[in-house]
Design a protein around this ligand. Structure first.
Ligand code: PEP
Ligand code: MG
Length: 544
């Protein structure tokens, strides 16, 4: 047995035979041509064919994984028509008198390299997209458009990497799981795996690729990211059991849909979901969350190549509010900096980014960016029940500045005759020890607190959350953290505010009773944890 470690991108277990993904890649040779115009005409015909194929893939994705996830194929269609991309191909044909296949391949390499060398993880992941569309055009040039997973049996698909279009074309009835040697968890392939509910591990490494052969037996643990090649009896039995326990648990949890989040002695709590974008709404609804407790709006900025405009943001926020049909939606204002860097902000490199220029500090220093977001949020507030939450607060004066900017934005909208709701709730994240310690001063100024335990842990224990070497020192149940949460809850309630928790700790069911006893009003967790937290709440008895 050999064990390989990657990143689990969808939590589920699979055991079965491996099928190595066969990609019919046309071999590209450099051929001298006499007539560049004829070559460009061939290119145009191939692009039209590729566009027609992508339209079909888009339609399939739309049916199977929804509009938001299908969008990547619309982007692929746009990439095929991108001016820079096409100018590069045509200029190689013209200046070097070479065949279209070669010109596309060279352009693909250049663009892919350019994307991979960018610092932004999202842009790096676009390198796979440009290769994907280029391979499709090359296949169409050689009249071999179809891509094939090469297997009829239900198998574990293994590949160096899978392009988004290849992932969506996998027949879900024939795929037990997939494992790739390369690829990032930020890629659309990973996002699609999550949405297609396929157990998947990404980035199992080059050695994995060298070790596998068609027909080998493997066990894939999408929770831990482990892949066991030819597992021994004991591992096989352990994973078989984990798989059936997992399936039984998921089935049992489904029965909790539509049930209340109420303890045995009658205490009720809200269980909301955390999202990173409009894409995740399907999962929120499927898991029966009562609202959205944290929409990390920075993903709109991270996914964009320039500042998202007021209208673009408005459209995204409105869509989330409308999809939640009157249920509470809490949108957090921009939280970039530290581990989330966006090139076009041009932020200076810092020696200590976690303690640096991030989140509200950027918004208060660049009020233009902040006001654009707030205008979009207030405009969207007319379409549902909105809460706006501010990250990384440390002082009363920050909150005073925020309140005054919110008032300016509302006055401007009023003067422009633009509708907004008068009942938008304003809240802050309690994610610095400073905010927790002065929560008695902050609580009278807000409608709610939401505890960001990820950062609160980092700052309280002085352990950089990005530094894996510090894991032995990170005690997420540390008394200091629990005391800060308890203090914040006491001060929130004493001042008529409610308090939730939206960091990862909210999903830790070994603490559900502790949080309920502190009087926490809301727990906001990843959509897939909503039902397990509901289960924990319903088993708790606070009367004892
Ligand atoms: C947190 O810090 O707990 C939190 C929810 O915010 P993020 O993880 O986005 O920093
Ligand atoms: Mg945080």
């Amino acid at each position: 047995m050999t064990v390989f470690n990657g990143k689990g991108v969808y939590g589920a277990i699979a055991l079965g035979k491996i099928s190595v993904f066969k990609r019919r890649e046309a071999e590209v040779r450099r051929v001298h041509i006499e007539d560049p115009e004829a070559e460009k005409a061939r290119l145009t015909a191939a692009k039209e064919k590729a566009l027609a194929q992508l339209q079909e893939i888009y339609d399939k994705a739309l049916r199977e994984v929804g509009e938001a996830n299908a969008q990547i194929f619309e982007i692929h269609m746009m990439m095929i028509e991108d001016d820079d991309y096409n100018e590069s191909i045509e200029s190689i044909i013209d200046t070097q008198s070479v065949n279209a296949e070669y010109a596309v391949a060279v352009t693909a390499d250049n663009f892919a390299e350019m994307f991979s060398s960018m610092e932004d993880a999202y842009m790096q992941a676009r390198s796979a997209d440009v290769k994907d569309i280029s391979n499709r055009i090359i296949a169409c040039l050689s009249d071999d458009g179809a891509l094939d997973n090469g297997s009829d049996e239900k198998v574990i698909i293994c590949a160096d990497d899978l392009a988004p279009s290849e992932t969506v074309l996998l027949d879900k009835d024939k795929v037990l799981a997939f494992v790739t040697a390369h690829g990032s968890s930020n890629s659309h392939t990973a996002i699609l795996a999550r949405n297609m509910n396929i157990p998947a591990v990404i980035g199992a490494g080059k050695a994995f690729l060298e070790a596998i052969k068609d027909g080998m037996y493997a066990a894939v643990d999408g929770y831990t990211g482990e892949v066991f090649l030819e597992p021994d009896e004991e591992t096989r039995a352990r994973l078989d059991k984990k798989k059936s326990d997992d399936e039984a648990k998921k089935k049992l949890l489904q029965e909790l849909k539509g049930k209340e989040n109420v303890t045995l002695d009658g205490t009720k709590i809200n269980i909301f979901a955390n999202i990173g974008g409009v894409d995740n709404i399907g999962a929120v609804l499927a898991n029966d969350a009562g609202g959205i407790g944290l929409f990390r709006s920075e993903f709109l900025y991270l996914e964009s190549e320039d500042y998202p405009t007021e209208d673009q943001q408005f459209a995204a926020y409105k869509k989330v509010l409308e999809s939640m049909a009157g249920k509470k939606v809490i949108i957090r204002t921009l939280d970039i900096g530290a581990d989330k860097q966006v090139d076009y902000f041009g932020l200076a490199k810092e020696d200590n980014p976690a303690l640096g220029f991030r989140a509200i500090r950027i918004c208060l220093t660049r009020p233009g960016i902040f006001k654009t977001q707030l205008r979009a949020l207030y405009r969207a507030s007319a379409f549902g029940s909105l809460g706006i939450m501010f990250p990384m607060i440390t002082s009363v004066s920050e909150l005073e500045k925020i309140q005054s900017i919110c008032n300016e934005v509302k006055a401007e909208l009023m003067a422009d005759g633009i509708a907004f709701s008068e009942s938008v709730e304003l809240g802050i994240m309690i994610e610095t020890p400073a905010a927790a310690v002065i929560s008695d001063r902050l609580a009278p100024m807000v409608d709610f607190f939401s505890v960001g335990t990820n950062d609160l842990t980092q700052y309280t224990l002085a352990c950089d959350r990005q530094n894996a070497a510090l894991e032995p020192f990170v005690d997420t149940h540390h008394e200091a953290i629990l005391r800060l949460i308890e203090l914040s809850a006491k001060n929130a309630h004493a001042n008529g505010a409610w308090i939730g928790i939206c960091g990862e700790l909210a999903a830790d069911t070994s603490l559900t009773e502790t949080f309920l006893r502190m009087g926490i009003d809301e727990l906001s967790v990843s959509p897939s944890f909503v039902l397990s937290v509901r289960d924990a709440v319903r088993r708790t008895d606070l009367s004892k």
